[in-house]
Structures are given as C-alpha cells and as structure tokens.
Design a protein around this ligand. Sequence first.
Ligand code: HEC
Ligand code: HEC
Length: 307
Amino acid sequence: MLKYLTPLLIITIVYASEPISPIPLERGVHIKKALLGKELFFDTMLSKDSSTACVSCHDVSSGGADARVVSEGFEGKKGNIQAPTVFNAKYNFKQFWNGRANNLLEQADGPINNPAEHNMNPKSIEERLNASAKYKQKFQEVYGTSKIEYQQALEAIVEFENALTTPNSRFDKFLRNELQLTSQEQEGYTIFKQLGCITCHNGVNIGANSFQKMGTFIEYNSNTSYPDRAEITKNSEHKNVFKVPTLRNITLTAPYFHDGSVKTLKEAVQVMSKYNLGQQISEEEADKIVLFLETLKGEKPFVMDMF
Ligand code: HEC
Ligand code: HEC
C-alpha cells in the first residue's frame, strides 16, 4: 500500500496529524511587481502631506507591526487600534481586527483613504504617480501601460505583501522533521495544545482563520472605541469578537491585543489563559509556552533583501 503513496501525500498525512502547518516554501510571487509594491509601501508620496507611508506603521525591518500602542498617521492623528503585522497576512482569512476587508486588495484601499492614516484619494494618487518619471517607467515595465491607474498601485502593494512570508521558523522545521525542539519548547507546545490555545490558534498562521470572542470565560473590558465584530455584523452576540491574530513572529510584535494594552508576551499568555480559557496557569507553564512561541519566529522575507 505504502508504495502507492506519493511523497506529497505522505507529507500531507504527516502534517494532517498536527493542527499547525508550516508556511509553504514555494514563493509564487511576481518579483518585479512585488518590488514595485515595495517601493510604494515605503513611499510617503502616497500620503496627503508626504509624511506617512505604509512602513510608518508596519515596520517590515522587524516584525511588520507597530511598536506603538496605537499608530499615528496624517498630522500625528492617533488611531484607536494596535497595528497588526503585515507578515504572512496573505494567509489571514479576513483582514483587519474586525475582519471588515475580505482580502489584501480590499484592505490596501483602507489606509490610503483613512483621514488618520494617508488621508489620500485614488485620483490624487494617480496624479502624483503619473507625474513621476521613475514610476512611469516602472509601471510601464510591470503593466505595459503608459498611464498609471490607482488599482495597479494597489495590486503592486498586495504583491509585495504576498512576498512578506516568513518561512523556516524552527517550529516549521520541527513540523517537517528537520530538527528537534528542546524539551522545554516541546513541553510548551504540549501545554499550548492541552490547555486549548490550539482551538483558536491553529492552521498555517496559528490563528487568523476564525473570529473569536476576547473574554470567552471572563468578560474583557477593552480600552478602545474600536468597532468590534458586532458593529460590522449588527449581531449583539459578536460583542468583543475579533479575528484571532496570528502567533507567527509574535516575539517581534509587542505590544499585544487589539488595544495594545499588554507589553510582554508572558503577560499576554497569562491574560489569554485566564480570560479565554478560564485557567490560572503557573509562572513555569507560562514561561514554557513563551519558549514555544519563540520558535515561531521565521526567516526575514526574501523580498526585503531585494531592490
Ligand atoms: C497610520 C498607521 C498606518 C498606516 C500608514 C498603514 N497602516 Fe496598515 N494598519 C494600521 C492599523 C492600526 C491596522 C489595524 C486596523 C484594523 O484592524 O481595523 C492596520 C491593518 C493593516 C492590515 C491588516 C492586517 C491584519 O492582520 O488584519 C494590512 C494588511 C495593512 N494594514 C497593510 C497596510 C498597507 C498596505 C498600508 C499602506 C497602503 C498601510 N497598512 C498603512 C496602521 C497603519
Ligand atoms: C477562544 C479562542 C482563543 C483561545 C482559546 C486562545 N486565544 Fe489567544 N487570542 C484570541 C483572540 C480573539 C485574540 C485577540 C484578542 C484581542 O486582541 O483582544 C487573541 C490574542 C492572543 C495573543 C496576542 C496576539 C497579538 O498579536 O496581540 C496571544 C499572544 C495569544 N492570543 C496567545 C494565546 C495562548 C498562549 C492561548 C492559550 C493559553 C490562547 N491564546 C488561547 C483567541 C483565543
């Protein structure tokens, strides 16, 4: 029987036994388009007063998120929510904490038009890009057209984001049987599964594939005015419900939670365990879970080393 199993099938069966799957190694990215998107991602020209770029709030040289509790954009205006990472965002089943964008293309339109972020509009973006000899040439190379359209700029940014994956974390290598975790890391993973963290944080992004309540056991009082899922669906059962965040590269994306209220990963683990599982875990258990979470740090996205 075994001889009929193709290697791919065997790999699938092995992974299927684990609730977390590794980030695929194949890139499947249009490099030129992604590099154009990279340039746009870093370009403050996409904001009204040329003060803000996507990278202002998504630090792709580190974890792709914002180290501030809430981001600041146009004229220093403060937002009401912690900026999540753009790394591996292509694997999110929806975008934004409240899932109001279905995909990265829908998402990218948001910050550009947001008065507290880029405070721009499609027409002005087109005017600025078409007035730039550099961009005229680059868009020509990628799209073969002489007039730049807003949608093309968004698509390029999305292609850059598609390239922002962080494969080959130690944990992914462990899943592929390429290395052993230390016994403490392994214990941390076992606790993570036994406690039930895995019921919400699973799949390729170890989260980001369902909406769940913050505070399933103990009510959580968020200190922001940010609209939760209930305000999107108009269903009161969705109060305090958010997209489960990814745990990949979680050591690089403090502060934690949608309101940015928690500074350390250990505390975030303790809060989660208490509020979402109704369990008071020991210091030692929390430390071991953190050791496991540290193994989720992946490689720097390859596109960051390309120009
Ligand atoms: C002023 C800061 C700021 C700027 C500038 C900014 N973002 Fe964001 N970004 C945020 C915040 C805050 C959120 C969370 C908003 C929410 O969930 O409602 C976010 C969410 C996202 C998400 C969703 C991730 C997830 O897990 O749901 C993506 C993708 C993203 N931004 C990409 C971009 C791109 C592309 C640009 C440039 C066109 C950009 N951002 C500009 C602050 C910013
Ligand atoms: C019932 C589903 C559920 C369970 C169980 C759960 N989580 Fe979460 N987790 C969430 C949601 C939803 C959020 C976002 C909450 C927020 O921002 O208010 C979150 C956020 C987090 C964060 C912060 C991520 C960030 O980027 O800010 C960490 C770390 C985390 N969880 C770890 C764990 C650990 C460890 C466990 C087990 C002790 C666990 N979670 C159990 C749903 C869950």
